[in-house]
Design a protein around this ligand. Sequence first.
Ligand SMILES: Nc1nc2c(ncn2[C@@H]2O[C@H](COP(=O)(O)OP(=O)(O)OP(=O)(O)O)[C@@H](O)[C@H]2O)c(=O)[nH]1
Ligand SMILES: [Mg+2]
Length: 193
Amino acid sequence: MSAFNSFSQWLKRKLKTEKRAKILIVGLDSAGKTTLTKYMNTGEYQADTSPTIGQNIDSINFEGWDITTIDVAGQQQFRFLWEVHYPGCAAAVFVIDAADIERLPEARDILRTHVFNNPHLEEVPTLILANKQDLPDAIQAPLLIQLLNLHLELKDRTFSVFDCSALNGKGVHEAFTWLVNQLEMSKNGGTSF
Ligand SMILES: Nc1nc2c(ncn2[C@@H]2O[C@H](COP(=O)(O)OP(=O)(O)OP(=O)(O)O)[C@@H](O)[C@H]2O)c(=O)[nH]1
Ligand SMILES: [Mg+2]
């Protein structure tokens, strides 16, 4: 065996045992993707976010996992850019502004097109976040599941819906704990990302 082949086999084994994953954070503009990512990074609410143009790539250490987050721009004119990030993702996070009832149909359509019907994301767990729970009109996970028809649309998929707030951090830790548990299970099941 050549030195290159042994090196590439060593690298493959190493990558498989390391807890590294790339996750994609998608959702409509203003849902709170960047605020949430920053909260995960710093443990604090950062009020100074501006709409993302392109994407923000960051690194988070969570529960022993080294997670690369790709927080994309949600505005319609930038959504075509999401596509380049789908291959190789270990999980998808779909952030919804749960206090913006008027945009729920739009969120449902985007979730369907870019996540449910996306062949690249078929095998990966999907974390759906009902964000902005600190606002009085925010709807909670059980109602959101009904309104978005998730129980039917996602019956063959690994997904969960969590209430959270990127402003006060409530629910964020629990949601990401679910996500890394899924990554852990995929790893033990031998899936390589
Ligand atoms: N009240 C409240 N406001 C939030 C929360 N999360 C985000 N926001 C606010 O919502 C606005 C949009 O947040 P962003 O994080 O920029 O939204 P985004 O999804 O990254 O938007 P794009 O980059 O345009 O796709 C900002 O004013 C945030 O401060 C939350 O949990 N509660
Ligand atoms: Mg953003």
